[in-house]
Each structure stands twice: as C-alpha cells, then as structure tokens.
Design a protein around this ligand. Structure first.
Ligand code: ATP
Ligand code: MG
Length: 341
C-alpha cells in the first residue's frame, strides 16, 4: 500500500515548480506562499502577490491549484489571493509621507491626455483594491478636481491638509486652494515649493501608488519638478501622430537623463483621426515597454467633463478596458522593478 500522507514539504515542492510569469522565479523562493495549512488531504494557503493589480493573477492561481491538486492524496485545495505592494527603496528615505511608489504621468506636449490618463489610471488601480493617491502637479492649470467631480476638501487634521477621497482615490490639487477662475502667476521657485507642499504637507493615507499628473512640456518647471519629487517611474503619454511623437521623445529623454525609470509609453487618442502605431514605434525605438493604446472616443471627453472617469462611467467601453489594462501593466512593471535585476 502506498502512503498518501500529504506533507507541507511535498506541497512546497509542488508550489516551487510554479513560476511567476513576470518575475521569472517560483512562488516559494519569491516568498509568496503564506498561511500554509495541510490537514487530511485538504491544503490551504495564501498567495501573496506584489500588487492587487497583477494582470496574471488568474493564471498564477490556476497553476498553483493544479500543481497542488496533482499531489497524490490531495482531496481539496483552498487558495486565497492577497497582495502586499513593496516599498520602492530608492524613494522611501526621500519622502516624509507614507507612499510606497510614485508614478509620474508626463508628455512633452500639452493636451495629449495626460490628466485623462492620470485619473483613469488612478481609479483603475483603486478598483483592483490598491490604496491610491492622485496629485495634481499642474499648479497653474489644475484640472483634476473637475475631472474627478469634487471641488472641496474635508476639514484640516492636526494642521495638515486632508486630501479629498473620491472613487477610492485620495486627491490633492491646487484647484482646491485657489478660487476657480483666479489666475496664478507664480514662477520657478514658488511653483517648486507649492508642489513640495502639496506632496509633504498633506495627510496622505498609506498609499501603494501615488499617481502624479505633471504639467506639459520639458522646460525648467518640469525639470525641477521631476528632480524635486522622488519618482519610482514615469509613464509617457503621446498622441499617435509625428508632431506629438517628437515632443514625447524629448520628454522621454529628459527622464532618462534624470535617471527616472520609464515604466512605458501610452498612445492616447488612437484611431482614424490621428492615426495609430506611433506610440508603439516610440517605445520600441527607446527600448521601453509599450503599455497600450486608448482610442479617441468622445465619451472619454464627456466623462472627464462630467467628473466621472471613463473606467467608472463606461467600464465596458474599449477605452475603459484599455485604461484598466494599462493600469495593470504599470503595476506589474513596478513589481518587476522592485524585484531587482
Ligand atoms: N482618448 C480620448 N478620446 C477623446 N477625448 C480625449 C481622450 N483623451 C483625452 N481626451 C480629451 O482631450 C482633452 C485634453 O485631455 P487632457 O486634459 O487629459 O490632456 P492633458 O495632456 O492633461 O492637457 P494639458 O497639457 O492641458 O494638461 C480633454 O478635453 C480630454 O477630455
Ligand atoms: Mg492636464
């Protein structure tokens, strides 16, 4: 008679054959298996991912379940999926706020859809269960309160500004502090310190990801901003056509020069009007990931104007699906980066 006693060692051995497809290591050596309980042929464990937005969550769960089910004597497998987003060690000492990762959304050119990408990315990450903040670093033209459908902040707490919480995202913007329609004529150093204050004098919660919407351009303001805020990485937004690409290329080069990792390129407003494919070509040329195309769709603009990002207003639309996929890919890139070379 063969002994079908299931042991922890046997289970860990089986799980040691299941690879994380992005980190290219197995679940056991990545320390992803928690709370393992083996009792009379029933095996229970938690798979601790490095982001709740993991695009391959379903596949990892299936493969782990299959590997354990194949062990002789196993009658039942209970898998729980959980996540714990790692702290970006490169930035953690430089920030006085409890933020694990910072993601700048940038473009060389204005009006390409940075703010639209920033709000949809932030909300899509929050929809996966991540703790997300959104900082409007466009001090002179703050659009995010309008795009997120909120115009006031909650009361201060212990002398600190408390961000607005909307659609699961903590939001801070100069737009909350300056009356609408009043022009701000600040320059260099004042802008610089305003951004630092929006970042550090605000009572942010414990954030997995802080998405930062940068002002357009590659001038001094952008440069000093990119230098003053420690960044986990940046996402370059471009339109598909050549003129936009030339500016995006400049933006990309600026971040590379500063040593900020490029998480990838997003092509926005793809379709018949502006064409398509330029974003992918730019990413390939620069040797950085291409994160996806968001179609030109009037509904995206209407949703933004009405203060409900497309991922909430029309979650089944191709644009919303593209934003969600991009959010997952950005989170995955950050996980890969955190795991080291
Ligand atoms: N995929 C899209 N389809 C249709 N309209 C879009 C799309 N993306 C953005 N828009 C619209 O294009 C306009 C510019 O977008 P947005 O404000 O996000 O750009 P931006 O790069 O942040 O601009 P700025 O440089 O002024 O900060 C907005 O009216 C927005 O609603
Ligand atoms: Mg903008």
């Amino acid at each position: 008679m063969t002994d079908h006693q299931v042991t922890r060692e046997r289970v860990l051995q089986a799980l040691g054959t299941v690879m994380d497809p992005e980190l290219h290591r197995d679940l056991v050596s990545l320390n992803m298996i928690h709370d393992l309980v083996v009792q009379d042929g029933t095996v229970a464990f938690t798979i601790m991912l490095t982001t709740p937005a993991c695009p391959l969550k379903g596949r990892i769960e299936r493969e782990a379940r299959a590997a354990v089910s194949a062990i002789a004597g196993v009658k039942q497998v209970n898998v729980r999926m959980d996540s714990n987003v790692p702290v970006d060690r490169r930035i953690s000492g430089k920030l006085s706020i409890p933020v694990r990762n910072t993601i700048a959304i940038s473009s060389g050119k204005g009006g390409v859809g940075k703010s639209t990408v920033a709000v949809n990315l932030a909300v899509a990450l929050a929809q996966t269960g991540a703790c997300v903040g959104l900082l409007d670093a466009d001090i002179l033209g703050p659009n995010l309160p309008m795009m997120m459908g909120v115009d006031t902040l909650p009361p201060h707490r212990d002398d600190k500004i408390v961000p607005a919480t909307v659609m699961g995202v903590e939001l801070m913007s100069m737009g909350f502090l300056v009356p609408a329609g009043e022009p701000l004529v600040w320059r260099g150093p004042m802008l610089h310190s305003a951004i630092r204050q929006l970042l550090t004098d605000v009572a942010w919660g414990e954030l997995d990801y802080l998405v930062i919407d940068l002002p357009p351009g590659t001038g001094d303001a952008q440069l000093s901003l990119a230098q003053s805020v420690p960044l986990t990485g940046c996402v370059i937004v471009t339109q598909p056509q050549n003129v936009a690409l030339a500016d995006a290329r400049k933006g990309l080069a600026m971040f590379e020069k500063l040593g900020v990792p490029i998480l990838g390129v997003v092509e926005n407003m793809s379709g018949e009007f502006f064409g398509e494919g330029g974003g992918r070509a730019l990413a390939e040329e620069a040797g950085v990931p291409f994160l996806g195309q968001v179609p030109l769709d009037p509904k995206v603009r209407i949703d933004g104007d009405q203060g409900t990002p497309t991922v909430v207003a029309s979650p089944a639309s191709p644009a919303a699906q593209a934003f969600s996929t991009i959010a997952n890919l950005v989170a995955a890139r950050i996980s890969v980066q955190a795991a080291g070379p």
